[in-house]
Every structure is written in structure tokens, then in C-alpha cells.
Design a protein around this ligand. Structure first.
Ligand code: NAD
Ligand code: IPM
Ligand code: MN
Length: 360
């Protein structure tokens, strides 16, 4: 059997609940596809702060570096919200992305026919939507300097962050986006705020220049405010979207709601080489943590992305994705995607229902 080392980072809140489901599901994949996963669990986020005082212990980054892929659930929670920013759970996640140089974040938002009733938008608006958001993940305002809370001459506090991109940072995410679009409908929309921000003017300029190398891809540009509006007004106009770190964070949550729930959306964070991190788009959902209410399917679909993009096991990924469609077809629903006539299940029961489908 082909062997893989998988680092598991369950993190906080609903993280451990949804991770448990993904691991059980991956055990079915092992059997069906003659693979062998060597799982290693490591600490990140609030769980790591409580155990070691740091959101990303050096040992965690080491284990991740020495694995074939990293499956992450979610980090964060009220308990750690008043810590200084470099000691918060979120700093652990950002440190992981930076440490592994995962500059490309793929966030697919594809309508699942079985869930159209769960969308807050009308059927005719969302039916057929299939969008891939390519979000830059290791630059922009999340990492730009200077940053901090400083004191002004008049003794006021002043919060500062810097949105910055170099040409090479724009080019490398741009290439990933053009290549991604090429494998889809060959339409790429670049989203920026170049009517106001110089960083966006450089962004648009570089993406436009790159476009000359991809004449087969239809390139368009939108300002981010219009893009947010268009996503809700007429989402079917989009195929692949490329944008910076902050705009991509916001637009991918908006795109999530087209599909019915953020509890359904996976993502893949990839670098030029080395292991990728695969994680749901959603967070640790502290409002429902510990209540067995979380939807584990974004985590399961993240495991599928891990199989496809991280381990090159496309058939196993297809198998998981089909299983998810089938369990939904059977009427299984967690609260976030519940609609009339369906069967309401908890996180664990949804996992069990899925495993039953996969083992059939
Ligand atoms: P969130 O995504 O955790 O939750 C937003 C809403 O969606 C909540 O009502 C939650 O109950 C619901 N939700 C999310 N995932 C769900 C699931 N799988 N099933 C059912 N419902 C689900 O966002 P938030 O509340 O703004 O943030 C909570 C914490 O998570 C914060 O500390 C934040 O920093 C962190 N966060 C972490 C990640 C990550 O680890 N990648 C991503 C986003 C937010
Ligand atoms: C996400 C999250 C993170 C981000 C936070 C928790 C740092 O919202 O993965 O979308 O902003 O990137
Ligand atoms: Mn986010």
C-alpha cells in the first residue's frame, strides 16, 4: 500500500468534532484504495496556547514540514480573544501559512443541487454556480509592515496595517489563477480596488501583463465592492476569481452562502513545493462548539481536496465527493443546511451516515 504521513491539526471549537469525522472517513478510503495513512496529531491555535503558551509551537511546524499533507480543522474562540495579536490563535494559523509558504488558497464554491433549498438565494440565481476563488494567502494587508498600535504625538493610539504586494508575489498567484482557469471554463476575473489603492494598481497591471501569456483565458477586472454585489446578484457570471488576501477572505465567505452554508466549503492552501494545508473555509464556530451540531462536510471535502491536490489521489477524492452528494441525496442534514422534509442529524450521526454510504 502507498503510505502517506498526514498531520492532523484539530484546533479549537468544533475543530475536534469535525476532525474526528474526517479521520473515520479517511480510514474507509485507506481500505477502499489500498492506501496507508500515518496520522500524527499536533497542536495549533487556542489548544496550543493552553498547552504551551504559543499558538504555533515549533514542534508543530516541524511535524507539518515532515508530512505529505496537513489536514487542519479550525482555530480560535472567545477565551483567547483578548490576547495581543501575535499570541492569538489566529497568529498560529497565519504562522503556519507563512512558515510553509502557502501563497495560493483555492476556495471552490460549487452549488450542490441537493442543497439549493438551503440557499438564502433564489433557485434560478444559484442553480449551476461553480466558482473557484484563488486567494493570495501569504501577503497583502495580513503580513505587510509597518503594523501595530502606535502612539501619536498627541498621545492617541493609532492602529496601523499595510497592504503591500511585490511584483513577484502578484505574478506567482496570478500564474496559479490563470492555470486554474485554464482547467475550468477559461474565464478569470481579477478583483482589486485599483480606483483607490496603489497596491491594487500594481496588481491590475501585473495581472494584465500576465494575461498576454494566457491568450486562451478571458481576463476581466472588477473592483471589490462591485464584485461582492455581482456575486450575490448574478453569481453564474463567475468562473475563476483571483484576488488578494483580505478581499479573498471576505469574498469567499460570501461565495460560501451561495452554496447554502459555510459548513460545506473546503479549501486547499498550496505553495511552490512541500506539503499543503487543507482546511474548511469556516472557523471554529464557538457558538455551537461541544454540542454535536457542526456540519462535518466541509472538513470531509477538505480531506477530499487533500487527496486530490496534496496526494495526487484523484479517484479517492472523487469517491469522497460522490459519497457526500449521496448522503445529502438520502436526506441527511445538519442544522445549517436543514430544509423541510429532511432528516436532522448531529455532527457524529452525519459522519456515521456518510460512512455507511461509503462502505456500501
Ligand atoms: P465561523 O466560521 O467560526 O462561524 C460563523 C457562523 O457559521 C457561526 O454561526 C457558526 O456556528 C457557523 N458555522 C461555521 N462553521 C460551521 C459548521 N461546520 N457547521 C455549522 N455551522 C457552522 O466564524 P466566526 O464566528 O466569525 O469566528 C469564530 C472563530 O473562528 C474566531 O476565533 C475566528 O478567528 C476563527 N476562524 C478561524 C478560521 C480557521 O481556522 N480557518 C476561519 C474563520 C474564522
Ligand atoms: C480564514 C480565516 C482566517 C483568515 C483567520 C482565522 C486568520 O478567516 O481562513 O478564512 O482571515 O484567513
Ligand atoms: Mn475567513
Amino acid at each position: 500500500a502507498q503510505q502517506y504521513r498526514i498531520t492532523l491539526l484539530p484546533g479549537d471549537g468544533i475543530g475536534p468534532e469535525i476532525m474526528a469525522v474526517a479521520v473515520d472517513v479517511l480510514k474507509v478510503v485507506e481500505k477502499k484504495f489500498d492506501l496507508q495513512f500515518e496520522f500524527q496529531e499536533a497542536l495549533i491555535g487556542g489548544a496550543a496556547i493552553d498547552a504551551t503558551g504559543e499558538p504555533l509551537p515549533a514542534a508543530t511546524l516541524d511535524v507539518c514540514r515532515n508530512s505529505d499533507a496537513v489536514l487542519l480543522a479550525a482555530i480560535g474562540g472567545y477565551k483567547w480573544d483578548s490576547l495581543p495579536s501575535h499570541l492569538r490563535p489566529e497568529a498560529g494559523l497565519l504562522g503556519l501559512r507563512a512558515g510553509l509558504e502557502l501563497f495560493a488558497n483555492l476556495r471552490p464554491a460549487k452549488i450542490i443541487p441537493q442543497l439549493i433549498e438551503a440557499s438564502t438565494l433564489k433557485r434560478e440565481i444559484v442553480e449551476g454556480v461553480d466558482i473557484m476563488v484563488v486567494r493570495e494567502l501569504t501577503g497583502g494587508i495580513y503580513f505587510g509592515k509597518p503594523r501595530g498600535i502606535f502612539e501619536t504625538e498627541t498621545g492617541q493610539k493609532r492602529g496601523v496595517n499595510t497592504m503591500a504586494y511585490t511584483e513577484s508575489e502578484i505574478d506567482r498567484i496570478g500564474r496559479v489563477a490563470f492555470e486554474t482557469a485554464r482547467k475550468r471554463q477559461s474565464k478569470l476575473c481579477s478583483v482589486d480596488k485599483s480606483n483607490v489603492l496603489e497596491v491594487s494598481q500594481l496588481w491590475r497591471d501585473r495581472i494584465t501583463k500576465l494575461g498576454a501569456e494566457y491568450p486562451d483565458v478571458e481576463l476581466t477586472h472588477l473592483y471589490v465592492d462591485n464584485a461582492a454585489m455581482q456575486l450575490l446578484r448574478a453569481p453564474k457570471q463567475f468562473d475563476t476569481i483571483v484576488t488578494g488576501n483580505l478581499f479573498g477572505d471576505i469574498l469567499s465567505d460570501a461565495a460560501a452562502m451561495l452554496t447554502g452554508s459555510i459548513g460545506m466549503l473546503p479549501s486547499a492552501s498550496l505553495g511552490a513545493s512541500g506539503p499543503g494545508v487543507f482546511e474548511p473555509v469556516h472557523g471554529s464556530a464557538p457558538d455551537i462548539a461541544g454540542q454535536d451540531k457542526a456540519n462535518p462536510l466541509a472538513q470531509v471535502l477538505s480531506a477530499a481536496m487533500m487527496l486530490r491536490y496534496g496526494l495526487n489521489q484523484g479517484a479517492a477524492a472523487d469517491f469522497l465527493e460522490k459519497g457526500v452528494l449521496q448522503v445529502l441525496q438520502n436526506g441527511a442534514r445538519t442544522g445549517d443546511i436543514m430544509s423541510v422534509g429532511m432528516q436532522l442529524l448531529g455532527c457524529r450521526a452525519m459522519g456515521e451516515a456518510l460512512i455507511q454510504v461509503l462502505e456500501e
